[in-house]
Design a protein around this ligand. Structure first.
Ligand code: SF4
Length: 220
């Protein structure tokens, strides 16, 4: 895979003919990602779902509608951001991505991020978050930005729950809305984000419950 003459369009073409893992065999369409190629904010989900697979576009089902609503609430539109996924083809029955699939697909998103050079990378759910940080529960770090250097790129990482998890759980949905407000605040005040932003280590019953759910719900 070359990188020096990369364009988002050429990466899309590669994804559309990719056979690096077996997911292309069962998918209807690849979902390379879409949006503003100069976006300051990138949203990254886990993998295409049913409707995304049908249309070849990211976040077009119920999760996408919630995402659109939350974007609108903070004064953004899809045309302002870029949206993609860790995996570019849908896993059958929306099962969890396999490590070898994540590894095979990794270069595509890496190259897309390198070209876009966003200031904020907003991860949606555990699998997207774990692309950049590991060893943390999303229930402890959601809504907390941190400045990271990753693959020679620097940006603010902002982990969020996956909107599908928010749709399933009213407590997570409440957090999801609040985190979007926090995102708006930090977009306007990035100087308030420090390199040592610490995860929330306060553990109340609600957080413990979410930790337990996190072990069971893949989309968290
Ligand atoms: S999921 Fe990624 S690595 Fe697998 S076939 Fe699709 S584009 Fe290629």
């Amino acid at each position: 895979m070359k990188s020096s003459s990369d364009t988002l369009q050429s990466i899309t073409q590669e994804i559309n003919r990719c056979q690096r893992c077996s997911l292309y065999k069962t998918a209807t369409h690849a979902v390379p990602g879409e949006g503003n190629p100069h976006a300051q904010i990138v949203f990254i989900g886990e993998a295409p779902g049913f409707y995304e697979d049908q249309q070849g576009l990211p976040f077009v089902g119920r999760s996408g509608k919630l995402l659109d609503l939350c974007l609108e609430e903070i004064g953004l539109q899809r045309s302002d951001v870029w949206i993609g996924n860790v995996l570019k083809h849908r896993p059958p029955q929306n099962r969890d991505p396999l490590p070898q699939e994540i590894s095979a697909c990794k270069p595509f998103l890496d190259r897309q991020l390198k070209l876009i050079q966003p200031k904020f990378v907003v991860t949606l759910g555990r699998f997207a978050m774990e692309k950049f940080i590991s060893g943390v529960y999303i229930s402890r770090v959601h809504g907390q930005p941190r400045f990271i250097t990753w693959e020679s790129n620097e940006f603010f990482l902002f982990p969020l729950y996956h909107p599908a998890a928010a749709l399933r759980n009213p407590h997570i949905k409440k957090d999801f809305y609040q985190d979007f407000k926090r995102l708006r605040h930090y977009l306007d005040n990035p100087s308030e984000i420090t390199p040592t932003t610490k995860p929330n280590t306060t553990q109340d019953n609600n957080t413990q419950n979410k930790d337990d759910q996190e072990k069971q719900m893949s989309l968290l």
